[in-house]
Ligand binder design. Sequence first.
Ligand code: MG
Ligand code: ZN
Length: 357
Amino acid sequence: MKKHLYLLALSIVTSLLLTSCNNNNISNSTDKPQNVILLIGDGMSTTQICSAMLAMDKNTIFEQFSVSGLVKTRSKSHKITDSAAGGTAIATGHKTNNGMIGMNSDSIPVPSILEILSDQGLKTGVIATSYITHATPASFVAKNINRNKYEEIANDFANCEKVDLLIGGGRKHFNKRSDSLNLIEKMQNNGWHYYDTLINIDSNLEKIFILADENHLPAYPQRGNFLPEATSLALKNLENKNGFFLMVEGSQIDFACHNNDSTYLVNEMIDFDNTIKVALDYAKVNKNTLVIVTADHETGGLSIVDPEGRYTKTDLHFSTGSHSPLLVPIFAFGPGANNFTGIMDNTDIMKKIISIM
Ligand code: MG
Ligand code: ZN
């Protein structure tokens, strides 16, 4: 019975998502985007979005996207991916083994979309509410066979010449290291403007680097509007005549689902919704901007049921403390958005973006 309700709820949500996203227009598949904003909700599939729809007393931002589709998430090594292989697939277009960052399954480093677009003259940025060295943001900048080698991954961030803006947590991997190096000082010597808070930053500075916590940032709402404000700062900072690529991660949707914590999940989804709104509002004004929202995998095997079967109230139920193999949604808005419909592989996302730039 429980399984039956879960499947029913899933099919209703999926069909709602696929039919409710056609009322906005704007996208024109023949147009080339100059700017790309890629937002990744770590661990977010349709049930996580539905939990926000049910909890928020207004329409979610997802309903304003002109195009939606679905993404297959398995990794090279496993039917259920982790965030390293999932992030690497989205960032580089290569399937790899769970645990690996920025490398293919033969352990060969491969370029990320951030690096490719930087080489084409775009400015680039990465934002997360986890360690900046955590798997998802690391997949765009670092190369490592082991996602847990945080200090090595921090070296890659410090040495990367292809990124212009970094905002997140994980300060300890830069200045409290087993090798006693201070990568923050090293980066400052290389022209980076470093801050430990988002407050009062001059958005006109080149090379902004903000590590706002030793560890992961606090959960929402304890961290305030950090993610939407960081996104707003990044859009001001990165805007230039050659265009930009910005990756923004709702990192802690995944943490909430690992914890099977419904309140934490809904709060993180509200924060991610607010963050997507910043990106979408920018793209509505700056029509050369493509906004993509997707996920690396689902976390928690989340279902939404009424335990009394009356369909009058909703309970969130997690079936695992780990990841699941569910399809995840992708939403697109702006020039080229029409390319992101149907069912695609996670490795197709960056290939599609590169092909329309
Ligand atoms: Mg992540
Ligand atoms: Zn996870």
